[in-house]
Design a binder for this molecule. Structure first.
Ligand code: AMP
Length: 685
């Protein structure tokens, strides 16, 4: 789990009185001299020089102004922007010269798979600058949904040089043992671009024989997947009462169940979306063991995601489920997975490896899925949880003896796969759980390597709480004609069972505020306190212990056994306070958490939603308390919209903060547009 506080943009000097609603029992104990950010200049847009000043050099600089992309800019010894440059003649001349230079040769254009650009060339990142600097060309990448257009500007010689370098990069990428087999490269216009007025030919040196590579790859793929055992995917028998639902009934059901929205991502003609099921019997009437397990645990009815996902997944269709944690998404894929495993034509004792694989971002989530798997156990299927930090030897032992279901974090699984301890070719049912989180944690390369070994005609289910570009790309690459089910809206749905309170407070008063909050808790309350840095987790937890408050702590640097102990103590109520990093923001399923306390605001608004979703679970209501300091100003407007959508009170100062940040951004962006970048503009003039 990474620490993130360094990224704060807003100066942290200065104080602000927390404006808690009058009714709050958690007013900080001491009073303060009230000063607004504006008066102090603290919340004001910093000047560029101030903003780029190295951290720790200014008096009172605690949060810092570090902005990585700008720092790396300045390291290129940019020509300093003269005072007079804004809109002046110098600027226009410069632009004209630049435009002329680019027109000297029409751009060399081609398309690359976006994921390849992301992985190999690093759109807009330091690799591009390296290429530009070495070739003397200018490279512009325009990202499309799946393909990116690459344009190389400059003289023919510069274009060729850049192209050869890109070829070289791609060749090295393609030669890796874990080659991405989807890899595509289409040259579209080695001539002139439409907006160029001169005819230019840019001779292209082709470094690689792409056609032959592609042909070889196809042959290899055919060989690799020859002799696979047959596979069945459709086990759904639609109940007559579901088949006869009218369109109005279907629409009403979806609307009443957290506004379920479905979409067919298959290109071309769209398929009808299966009607949602309304009770467990509608989905599992033909599977008595599943019905009796459900009866045993005493669930009343399917959750919204289950209601729409089961008829899709049981038919063998790939699914993307956009749903928050706590919505019952694990059972949405586990129960159909059990049936899928059980009804494969190849008898169980002849299978060469596991049939189901669930990839999860964290050990905690993996262990939780494993716990669900064991709880709803079906036909004696054996499952194992494979995660980094766990006993590798023990995991290898179990895997080699034979398991049916593997639940794994990508890093450790990739390790066992590379060392031939596990055969993934037998997997026919694959789940990518919390895909957005796996990407956030940088697991994409491991996922790519793992999936290379899994048969392409498998069934794939992907869950994600959000639907950003990275997840779309993953879905496009690894799912086949999926249907998509959103529960709530596509953007972040605020958890509406949680009362959210936000307090604007100076950094140095957070601890006193937190202690006061803890003092006000009732004996039955259970609190999850989120902190940004691992070191502060330890610090805060030991502070509380010294004051005689029983707490546990959870973060990525703790030994696995300590992490498990901490969770167990918290679950069982041996301690009622858990101080944790965002390691606990997803997947943690403790039903009786009454409060989530955000000591530090999370890195982004998605994480905020995940955090507060740890309370208000399983039909209960909960409360969240969030401390916001001036360094969190960039998330103010997103936080406002989450609060407003959940009909929560928004502190006036949060609006002011959002407004100030908006002005700061406008000013910063306009300054940035005017700054020449080694004789070029960052964006096309
Ligand atoms: P998940 O979103 O998978 O983390 O699930 C959160 C919790 O909801 C788990 O403890 C599940 O056992 C529970 N759960 C799953 N399905 C249902 C259901 N239909 N009704 C009530 N609780 C459920």
């Amino acid at each position: 789990m990474s620490d993130w506080e360094d990224e704060a943009e807003e100066p942290s000097a200065g104080k602000q009185r927390p404006r808690a609603p009058a009714s709050t029992p958690w007013m900080p104990p001491q009073s303060h001299k009230q000063r607004s950010y504006r008066e102090e200049g603290g919340d004001q847009p910093p000047t560029r020089e101030r903003a780029w000043e190295p951290r720790g050099q200014r008096e009172g600089d605690r949060g810092g102004f570090r902005r990585p992309e700008e720092r790396s800019w300045s390291s290129r010894e940019l020509p300093r922007q003269p005072e007079t440059v804004t809109g002046g003649g110098w600027s226009r001349d410069f632009r004209r010269q630049e435009a002329n230079r680019e027109l000297a040769s029409a751009p060399l254009c081609f398309r690359l798979d976006s994921s390849v650009v992301g992985t190999v060339i690093g759109r807009g990142g330091s690799k591009i600058r390296e290429l530009e600097e070495s070739s003397g060309s200018r490279i512009k990448i325009t990202k499309g949904d799946y393909d990116s257009e690459v344009k190389i500007f400059g003289s023919s010689e510069q274009q060729d040089k850049a192209k050869t370098m890109i070829d070289d990069l791609l060749e090295r990428y393609d030669e890796r043992p874990e080659t991405d087999t989807r890899f595509g490269y289409k040259e579209i216009r080695p001539s002139r671009s439409a907006d160029m007025s001169t005819t230019v030919t840019a001779p292209v040196k082709r470094g690689i024989n792409w056609a032959s590579l592609r042909e070889n790859r196809e042959k290899y793929e055919i060989m690799k997947w020859a002799d696979l055992p047959p596979m069945e995917k459709n086990f759904y028998k639609e109940a007559s009462n579901i088949a006869s639902m009218s369109q109005d009934e279907v629409t009403r059901w979806r609307k009443d169940n957290n506004n379920i929205i479905c979409d067919d991502l298959k290109e071309g003609q769209k398929r009808p979306i299966p009607n949602p099921i309304r009770n467990f019997r509608d989905a599992f009437d033909h599977f008595p063991e599943i019905m009796s397990t459900i009866k045993k645990v005493g669930f009343d009815r399917p959750t919204p995601i289950q209601s729409q996902a089961w008829p899709i997944v049981l038919q063998g269709i790939d699914l993307i489920g956009i749903a928050q944690t706590g919505t019952g998404k694990t059972l949405a894929y586990l129960l159909p997975g059990f049936i899928h495993l059980d009804l494969q034509p190849l008898p169980k004792n002849e299978r060469l490896g596991p049939g189901m694989l669930v990839l999860a971002p964290t050990r905690e989530l993996a262990l939780q899925v494993k716990a669900e798997c064991s709880k709803y156990t079906y036909k004696g299927f054996k499952s194992i949880c494979i995660y980094g930090g766990g006993d590798r030897k023990g995991q290898i032992n179990v895997v080699t003896k034979g398991v049916d279901i593997v639940i794994a974090t990508p890093g450790r699984l990739n390790d066992l796969q590379m060392n031939n301890f596990i055969n993934l070719k037998s997997i026919t049912y694959l789940v990518l759980d919390e895909a957005d989180r796996m990407l956030d944690m940088g697991f994409e390369p491991q996922i790519m390597k793992i999936l290379i070994d899994i048969r392409p005609d498998r069934q794939t289910i992907m869950t994600s709480a959000t639907w950003p570009d990275g997840v779309r790309r993953l879905a496009k690459s690894y799912l086949k004609d999926p249907l998509m089910v959103y529960v709530g809206t596509l953007d972040l749905a605020a958890v509406n069972t949680v009362e959210q309170r936000v307090f604007i407070i100076p950094e140095e008063e957070k601890r006193a505020f937190t202690l006061h909050f803890i003092d006000s808790l009732k004996p039955k309350d259970k609190v999850l306190i989120f902190v940004g840095k691992k070191i502060i987790v330890d610090d805060l937890a030991s502070d509380f212990s010294l004051q005689g408050i029983a707490v546990q702590s959870l973060h990525g640097n703790r030994e696995q056994c300590d992490r498990e102990q901490a969770l167990d103590d918290f679950k069982k109520g041996i301690v009622r306070i858990l101080v944790a990093t965002d390691l606990a923001s997803r997947g943690l399923d403790v039903h009786d958490i009454t409060h989530v306390f955000n000591f530090d605001f999370p890195r982004n608004i998605e994480e905020y939603v995940h955090r507060i979703g740890r309370t208000g679970r399983a039909g209960r209501t909960g409360e969240s308390v969030t401390l916001v300091t001036r360094k969190d100003w960039k998330v103010a407007s997103e936080l406002i919209s989450i609060l407003e959508r959940a009909n929560q009170e928004v502190p006036e100062e949060l609006f002011e903060m959002a407004e100030r940040y908006k002005h700061f951004k406008i000013k910063k962006d306009s300054e940035r547009d005017m700054i020449p970048r080694q004789g070029r503009w960052r964006d096309n003039p």
